[in-house]
Design a protein around this ligand. Structure first.
Ligand SMILES: Nc1ncnc2c1ncn2[C@@H]1O[C@H](COP(=O)(O)OP(=O)(O)OP(=O)(O)O)[C@@H](O)[C@H]1O
Ligand SMILES: [Mg+2]
Length: 372
């Protein structure tokens, strides 16, 4: 091929072709290279070091590895803009010291891959959100179901229980039973009370009582709960830290119920630290919500349990009934709030309650769980 034919041949190739001499300077290039890099004349590039148009390039590192196929290199155009390129690198038969770079612009492919990755991430987020919503739905459905069952069971059990209770009262009156019998009657009475308590608790968790909303200082509620647990806190050598927000602690709440919800959370935190630890209560205003975080350095919650802890009667404690968190959940949700939990098994747990600052009792409610 004479030089003209060779030039014509090179310029008809759609990929960029560049030949470098042994110093790494551009010896030859084709029209596609000018198009790719935005130069007008070949003379603008001839004798330039290849580093000028290829980012982080080192001929020394490459030389022993040639030939190389589909290397991803970053070309730089006239304005310094990066152009990702897939490059085949080979020796030149007639000039063995020369290296030839045949490059194809892959910026479009890169953009597509980036877009695909972004959509994949979006899909992942949507899936997680969907799963959380599904868990919320299952949970509220479960609570509603428990509510219906509880209401009918309570009705069925309470009547005969009242009869049993009245009969026991009758037995105690007069001298119908001997001394020995009193012991057993006491046992019956205690068990009637226990059954009554469980039925009431179950009803509470399934259908929290009607709210009696009044403006109340939420910090006062938290302080009262801590005060009522002072003996246990001292006995178990638990260090309490209050990090209270200076803003808006007055919320429209049913004080009794909210106190009950926080009592359940703080009691759980204390029970998780039988040999001491730190109980931290943080409050903060977050948009339209007032957040209360209850953090303990106790047992933490294993990943397998985290989905179950709000279920009625789920308990890992020998004496636990397993209604504390279900009751708490019902109360917070009926206030239009949310409750989230994050826990590292055997390290710590944080329960975050968010209550709306303007009372808008909604049906939308969530709880979230997270395990680290
Ligand atoms: N702060 C915490 N640290 C570790 N585990 C916790 C914590 N809070 C709740 N749990 C787990 O969640 C379970 C359910 O809690 P929940 O308060 O509903 O019931 P309980 O405390 O076992 O019994 P009770 O009805 O007396 O409250 C607990 O048994 C415990 O396994
Ligand atoms: Mg509890």
């Amino acid at each position: 091929m004479d030089p003209d034919q060779e030039k014509d041949f090179l310029d008809s190739i759609v990929d960029s072709v560049i030949a470098l001499d042994k110093e790494g300077k551009i010896r030859e290039l084709n029209q596609a290279t000018l198009n790719l890099l935005g130069y007008k004349k070949k003379e603008d590039l001839i004798t330039l070091p290849f580093e000028k148009i290829c980012k982080n390039f080192s001929l020394k590192d490459l030389r022993n590895k040639i030939p190389l196929a589909e290397q991803e290199l970053m070309y730089l155009n006239k304005e310094g803009k990066e152009i990702p390129a897939s490059v085949n690198i080979s020796m030149r038969a007639s000039y063995p010291d020369d290296t030839v770079f045949m490059a194809r612009d892959i910026s479009k492919i890169k953009e597509l891959v980036d877009e695909l990755t972004r959509s994949q991430e979006g899909l992942k987020t949507s899936y997680t959100e969907l799963k959380v919503s599904k868990d919320d739905l299952v949970r509220s459905e479960k609570l509603a179901y428990t509510g219906r069952i509880a209401a009918s069971i309570a009705h069925e059990i309470r009547n005969p229980l009242t009869n049993v209770s009245m009969s026991v009262q009758q037995l105690k009156k007069g001298n119908k039973i001997k001394q020995e019998g009193f012991k057993h009657v006491d046992i019956v009475e205690r068990n009637i009370e226990r059954i009554n308590y469980l039925i009431t608790e179950l009803l509470n968790c399934a259908r929290p009582a009607k709210l009696n909303l009044k403006p109340y200082d939420i910090h006062k509620v938290l302080k009262d709960v801590l005060e009522s647990n002072k003996a246990k806190i001292d006995l178990q050598k638990i260090k309490v830290t209050k990090n209270f927000s200076s803003k808006l602690p007055v919320l429209k709440i049913d004080r009794e119920q909210i106190e009950r919800a926080f009592l359940n959370l703080i009691t759980n935190a204390i029970e998780a630290m039988p040999r001491g630890g730190n109980l931290t209560i943080i409050t903060e205003l977050n948009g339209n919500f007032f957040r209360v975080k209850i953090h303990d350095t106790g047992k933490g919650i294993p990943e397998k349990d985290i989905i179950k802890i709000f279920d009625p009667f789920f308990s890992t404690k020998p004496q636990g009934v397993g209604l504390g968190l279900s009751i708490c959940y019902g109360i917070i949700v009926s206030h239009g709030g949310t409750i989230e939990v994050e826990s590292k098994s055997r390290i710590d747990s944080t329960f975050t309650v968010s209550l709306p600052t303007e009372q808008r009792l909604t049906q939308t409610h969530t709880h979230r769980e997270r395990v680290k």
